[in-house]
Design a protein around this ligand. Structure first.
Ligand SMILES: NC(=O)c1ccc[n+]([C@@H]2O[C@H](COP(=O)([O-])OP(=O)(O)OC[C@H]3O[C@@H](n4cnc5c(N)ncnc54)[C@H](O)[C@@H]3O)[C@@H](O)[C@H]2O)c1
Length: 249
């Protein structure tokens, strides 16, 4: 088992890619903490894994600090952080307002900053750790109906590189994955929010992949667990596309 004896924290682990990642991390021997807005669903996933769950809003720094402290008290210091929590409100940019900008940036970008800021000092002190951020192909190629989300995810890709450089001297690695269209409630929120147009946007994303299909959460989880563990010991600052070849750079 590749993560025996390690403690991992997954944000947004109650659903989709985060839940699949929590399951894979546990299967590799890690003790797993899940923080999510959906506390009951987080408890269900953690219950399966003999893990720890707590309420977490990554957009709220106080909630982030409390969740990290509670997880470390229960499971031990965090060796692996997966910044996975994310959301979108799918709207063409001209129809957005400042409230939407602040909300989408707070969850998708500021949340990654807050969690990293809470966990990284301990990793650096222990001279060991691995952070995996869940970005998006949106942050590489741009996704219509998701301007602010795209901006946030591009920010996460840049942030990943800086943390990789700053933390390298402490033997902490930081990487990201950029999923394409993955079958989760988030992907299917686009059609729900934008109707027929959302359905077409989703289909266009799937058609843009070389493999001509959407992905499953576990296909992203496999890449996250690879980057989290020692199989990726010489990999840092990278963003790995897990997108059926949607983009190839
Ligand atoms: N599904 C896709 O097509 C796709 C593509 C690219 C990137 N992603 C990214 O993958 C990650 C996981 O998304 P998913 O597709 O599994 O969606 P999902 O909706 O299934 O899961 C997201 C989880 O994050 C939680 N969450 C949302 N806001 C939160 C907050 N403020 N604090 C804590 N938890 C919060 C939700 O409750 C949910 O459990 C996100 O970062 C998303 O942007 C998804």
């Amino acid at each position: 088992m590749r993560l025996e004896g390690k403690t991992a924290f997954v944000t947004g682990g109650a659903s989709g890619i985060g839940a699949a990642t929590a399951r894979r991390l546990a299967a590799e021997g890690a003790r797993v903490a899940i923080g999510d807005l959906q506390e009951d669903a987080a408890r269900e996933v953690a219950g399966e894994l003999d893990g720890f769950a707590c309420a977490l809003d990554v957009a709220d720094t106080g909630s982030v600090r409390a969740a990290v402290a509670a997880a470390e008290e229960t499971l031990g210091e965090i060796d692996v952080l997966v910044n996975n929590a994310g959301t979108d409100r799918f709207s063409f940019f001209v129809n957005t307002d400042e409230e939407l900008w602040d909300f989408v940036l707070a969850v998708n970008l500021r949340g990654v900053l807050a969690m990293t800021h809470a966990v990284l000092p301990g990793m650096q002190q222990r001279r060991s750790g691995s952070i995996v951020n869940v970005a998006s192909e949106a942050g590489r190629v741009g996704s219509q109906g998701s301007a602010v989300y795209t901006a946030a995810k591009a920010g996460v890709i840049g942030f990943t590189k800086v943390i990789a450089r700053e933390a390298a001297r402490y033997r902490v690695r930081c990487n990201a994955v950029a999923p394409g269209p993955i079958e989760t409630p988030l992907l299917n929120a686009a059609p729900a929010m934008l109707g027929e147009v959302g359905e077409r946007l989703k289909q266009a994303m799937v058609d843009s992949t070389a493999l001509k299909r959407s992905g499953e959460p576990d296909e992203v989880a496999a890449a996250i667990v690879f980057l989290a563990g020692e199989d990726a010991s010489y990999v840092t600052g990278q963003t790995l596309n897990v997108s059926g070849g949607l983009s190839m750079w």
